[in-house]
Design a protein around this ligand. Structure first.
Ligand code: PLP
Length: 407
């Protein structure tokens, strides 16, 4: 949509030129990775080394990641989707089993349960946009086998309550920490809380390997099983087979998958992990700038952060008080786009997607908190590559749109 149309929709009919002069020249993308010279050099080194698939750099990355989160084991995979799938497979989820998760997540959290023949069951969210432990309790049936809390936007779920529910009902807890590398719950790093934790290193996550993921656990047997599942169920690492210490012999112990991470990806991951604390500090600083500015605007609800957590600020999600504005959320997005600001929506609640509506009969009204949030949420740009001026520009743009569209 062109600027004047967006401005017309804002409803007040003020002179477009006044705003037009304030619009930045370059589009500010919703998200961008930070890739620096050391990542590039490490990838080139990998390409020259001959080990371009799973090899010594994957091992190095796994060891460093396990140490960072304080877990006994870390298994590198090619996505968080694979991590969730492998974790739930190793936990024995199969046909007839129910797995409770949040509706406010990316579809893969629930899709993987269906791949295993299980049924994803959605429990509604609370004010912090994370799954509400009381709602989990309401959804437990004799078929419930696992809980998959999603640390939405980088804020850990209320894990004390979730773990206590899991213990009481003998459920496995697999955390979806796609957004939460570096987050803490009380004094514990995410990755060292539930039975298994799944991380994402997708391009725009807090740290990236392009595509990639990590599974962490303290459980030796689960770790062993998950490692087998990532590579065809083969009992020896492929790279060992081709080194002087290896042998040609291998055994297939289960019908595993092809979900291993490559050394090219790990080359990125090793350096991204070294920088994660710096990245998190930048994210937290920008989130604080947004918080401070939007606290002055009653039509914008800033993120609700629980006590005792270290938020990893993967996303900065505001909620628009749409009843007090002449614009709905989609029009608000267009007005920001007209000002050269990219945004996104996390997420369309999974139960509202056609497949889930048709297969499970979900409809609007079933999970009212997630649906109400969905109509209001908007993810603003938040990443270390932004400058403070970029953040200030987004604040001005949002404030101006609200100012022009107040009822
Ligand atoms: C909450 C959540 N879970 C899982 C995933 C899947 O991650 P990946 O793209 O690494 O498979 C994503 C990706 O965006 C996500 O946001």
């Amino acid at each position: 949509m062109v600027l004047h149309e967006a401005l017309q929709q804002e409803g007040r009919g003020r002179a477009a030129e006044a705003v037009e002069t304030a619009v930045r020249d370059e589009f500010l993308p919703f998200a961008l990775p930070t890739i620096e010279e050391d990542e590039i050099a490490e990838v080139v080194d990998t390409l020259r080394s001959g080990w371009i698939t799973t090899g010594p750099k994957v091992k190095r990355f796994e060891t460093a990641f396990a140490e960072y989160v304080g877990a006994k084991h870390a298994v590198a995979v090619n996505s968080c989707t694979a991590a969730l799938h492998i974790a739930l497979t190793a936990a024995g989820i199969g046909p007839g089993d129910e797995v409770i998760t949040s509706p406010l997540t990316f579809c893969s959290t629930a899709n993987v349960v269906i791949h295993l023949g299980g049924t994803p069951v959605f429990a509604d969210i609370g004010a912090d946009l994370n799954i509400d432990p009381d709602e989990i309790v309401r959804r437990i049936t004799p078929r419930t086998r696992a809980l998959v809390p999603v640390h939405f936007s980088g804020q850990p779920c209320r894990m004390d309550e979730i773990l206590s529910i899991a213990r009481q009902h003998e459920l496995v807890v697999v955390e979806d920490a796609a957004h939460a590398a570096g987050a803490k719950y009380r004094d514990q790093m995410v990755g060292n809380i539930g039975d298994v934790t799944a991380f994402s290193f997708y391009a725009i996550k807090n740290m990236t390997t392009g595509e990639g993921g990590m599974i962490t656990t303290d459980d030796d047997a689960l770790a062993e099983q998950m490692r087998l599942l990532t590579l065809h169920g083969i009992s020896r690492d492929a790279w060992k087979r081709y080194t002087s210490e290896g042998s040609w012999y291998y055994e297939v112990t289960c019908p595993g998958y092809k979900d291993n991470m490559t050394d090219i990806q790990a080359a990125l991951g090793i350096h991204q992990l070294d920088k994660l604390e710096r990245f998190l500090a930048a994210r937290a600083e920008y989130a604080r700038m947004y918080d401070e500015a939007f606290a002055q605007i009653p039509e914008i609800q800033t993120p609700v952060v629980q006590d005792g957590v270290r938020h990893a600020w993967h996303l900065y999600v505001i909620q628009l008080d749409v009843e007090r504005l002449t614009l709905d959320r989609a029009q608000f997005i267009e007005a920001l786009r007209a000002r050269n600001v990219g945004t996104s929506v996390h997420f369309i609640p999974v139960h509202l997607h056609p497949y889930y509506r048709e297969r499970y009969g979900y409809k609007r009204g079933d999970l009212p908190n997630a649906e109400r949030a969905y109509d209001r949420i908007l993810s603003l740009p938040l990443y270390p590559r932004m400058s403070k001026e970029d953040v200030a520009y987004v604040i001005r743009a949002v404030s101006e749109i609200v100012g022009r569209s107040r009822k």
